[in-house]
Design a protein around this ligand. Structure first.
Ligand code: TRP
Length: 332
């Protein structure tokens, strides 16, 4: 099986954008690949954060990923900072990476503008660490969102640079773009994102979710209950596409265009279908965060041991090619 690698930052609660845009795919793909998923805490420290909150965020994210269907037996889910080789390989890659390539990265430019007061070297070097993440396991397939494609292309460049300088060592990986549409935010204007405060969290209670969904904007043309609407102009319709099956989907589409159903009815049906997806996740999270906590911790620990072994092999190989191993047993 080919090696799949992906990473996710422990920077906030998982929402529908993360779930339908990425995690649900990883759950499907774990059956087809040798899958590594990393909670990338070393990436997360490149922007301002509260150290005392980090351990909780890391374990919460791992628990949420398991609750979402990441399989303990199938996927090697681990915490990045538990595997020292990532930072080692980053340094080796730094030495062959042209500065200009990093300065061109879109995400760097965005974050530099966003965190003007605290632009550290780590923010610039972020893609090199990401390349090390992938290549240390000789990852070939990298399922990510649109915004990470540039970093995956950069990873290919790094592999090429290394291979041409030191000899064939790393594969050239491919981004695997998901077919799932970008999930709109509750404001309807932009994609769902924690920084915009327009999210529905996968672990939120039905009551909390309804408090967000019921006042959400719909097609502005539906001022009165009797006004027909255009589902394609409605955020809630885009959500139905994620959770509602046929024939109900067609029924709702027709209901909207003929004013057969009102927006509140439509939202209620969305909420009911969404909860069919989220109730089991929330329940499983409850179990794993309670009596299952030790099992999650033990598994992360065991996976880190596995990763250190694989990563160690790659580090040994890379060091050898770079002339960094002990070949200088020079007799005096
Ligand atoms: N940069 C990615 C993001 O913000 C997270 C990430 C870190 C990652 N290392 C990775 C993704 C390796 C894929 C492969 O979403």
């Amino acid at each position: 099986m080919k090696v799949l690698f992906t990473g996710i930052q422990p920077t906030g609660d998982i929402h529908l954008g993360n779930y339908f845009g990425a995690i649900a795919n990883w759950v499907r793909l774990q059956h087809e690949y040798t899958s590594y998923i990393s909670v990338v805490d070393l990436h997360a420290v490149t922007i301002p954060y509260e150290p005392s909150e980090m351990p909780g965020r890391v374990i919460d994210l791992a628990t949420t990923l398991y609750a979402c269907g990441i399989d303990m037996e199938k996927t090697i889910l681990f915490v990045q900072s538990e595997v020292p080789g990532h930072a080692d390989l980053t340094w080796m890659f730094n030495a062959i990476t042209p500065l200009g390539e990093l300065e061109r990265m879109t995400q760097f430019k965005d974050k530099r503008d966003q965190f003007r007061a605290s632009v550290n070297v780590g923010l610039l070097d972020y893609p090199v660490l990401q390349a090390a993440d992938i290549l240390i396991y000789k990852g070939e397939v990298v399922p990510v969102g649109e915004d990470q494609v540039q970093h995956v292309e950069f990873t290919r460049e790094v592999a090429r640079h290394f291979n041409s300088r030191y000899g064939p060592t790393f594969p050239e990986c491919q981004a695997l773009l998901t077919k799932s549409p970008r999930v709109l935010g509750l404001d309807g204007d932009s994609k769902m994102s924690k920084s915009k405060g327009n999210t529905i969290g996968v672990l939120e209670t039905p009551e909390k979710i309804w408090a967000k969904v019921s006042p959400a904007k719909t097609d502005p043309a539906r001022v009165r209950r009797t006004d027909p609407g255009t589902p394609e102009k409605c955020t809630i319709w885009s959500y139905h596409l994620l959770v509602t099956q046929e024939p109900e989907l067609t029924e709702i589409h027709n209901g909207c265009t003929t004013a057969g159903i009102g927006c509140i009815d439509c939202k209620k049906r969305f909420q009911a279908n969404l909860m069919k997806v989220l109730d089991p996740i929330r329940e499983r999270y409850g179990e794993l965060a309670g009596s299952g906590r030790k099992m999650v911790e033990d598994r992360l620990e065991a996976n880190a041991v596995k990763c250190r072994a694989v990563a160690g092999e790659t580090i040994r190989e890379a060091k050898g090619k770079m002339g960094l191993k002990k070949v200088w047993k020079i007799e005096s």
